[in-house]
Design a protein around this ligand. Structure first.
Ligand SMILES: [Zn+2]
Length: 278
């Protein structure tokens, strides 16, 4: 089952500023101390092939490096990169690294692809413990192949031994909030605006053992003739990096308000959540 948040409404904190240029200078984070950025793929694991022939692994690394550079220079948070060069570090090592460094946030960055080159847009995923529908299963196959030890049909790898039920609910609520902040930032801080396809849940292997709020960010479709080229553009990548940082700033504010898993749940538009069987 896939939980699809339709009728997406950006959170108030993500509404566009009056000035045209989005500023990220001098952001002081109060609750997030360490951000783990995970550029998808790397080395022989090349990921999707863009419309120009460029490889996803290079696009994800370029965006992650921009986010890391700006976070380090403009904010007070520490940044951990799961890779900063063209290497294949393996799937589970990404989350293990995030846990070992006690990250407060984990963002795995990817570019999507489809045989239907008319499909475009941003998707943000947080963990679903149950099985994926066929479309989502194909996405996970493209992104992760067959993860080592993964059980895609049911129980996640070893969630129960990693987090208590209460902690799991808390992390899930915050992950949903983070995904919502990212989708909201992409909807309002990019020019031209991308299509925001929504916040979704899927049993990504890379999210299963995370002890912190964790998402897979699909920044757009590399196979779309316009979006695929834009994602290779350094200026567009800079915009994407800014949007990620503004989403993190909104999330940091939300963490200050969140006193319980219940209060951390995103504010949703009327009837915004529907259970979708696809
Ligand atoms: Zn990918």
């Amino acid at each position: 089952m896939l939980v699809l948040i339709a009728c997406f409404t950006p959170p108030a904190s993500a509404r566009p500023p009056r000035q045209h240029k989005v500023k990220v200078a001098g952001l002081a984070f109060r609750h997030i101390k360490r951000v783990v950025l995970d550029p998808g793929h790397g080395g022989t694991n090349q990921g999707a092939v863009a419309v120009t022939g460029a490889r996803e692994k290079a696009v994800t690394l370029a965006i992650a490096l921009q986010v890391a550079s700006r976070l380090r220079s403009k904010t007070n948070v520490e940044v951990i990169l799961t890779r900063d060069s063209d290497e294949d570090i393996g799937l589970r090592n990404r989350t293990r690294l995030a846990n070992a460094h006690r990250g407060d946030v984990f963002i795995s960055i990817h570019g999507n692809s489809s045989a239907d080159t008319s499909i475009e847009g941003v998707e943000v995923y947080f963990l679903a413990a149950d099985s994926a529908d066929s479309e989502t299963a194909r996405l996970i196959d493209r992104e992760e192949g067959v993860p080592d030890g993964a059980d895609r049909k049911g129980v996640p790898w070893s969630l129960e031994s990693v987090l208590t039920d209460l902690d799991y609910a808390w992390v899930q609520a915050l992950s949903e909030r983070l995904a919502s902040n990212l989708a909201g930032a992409f909807a309002v801080h990019l020019t031209p605006r991308p299509k925001v396809r929504g916040v979704r849940q899927a049993p990504f292997g890379v999210l299963k053992e995370a002890r912190m709020p964790a998402v897979v960010l699909e920044v757009g479709y590399l196979t779309h003739p316009v979006e695929g080229r834009a994602l290779l553009d350094e200026g567009r990548q800079t915009q994407l990096a800014r949007a990620v940082i503004l989403a993190l700033a909104a999330f940091d504010r939300d963490m200050g308000r969140a006193r319980s898993p219940q209060s951390a749940r995103p504010h949703k538009a009327k009837g915004a959540v529907r259970q979708a069987r696809r």
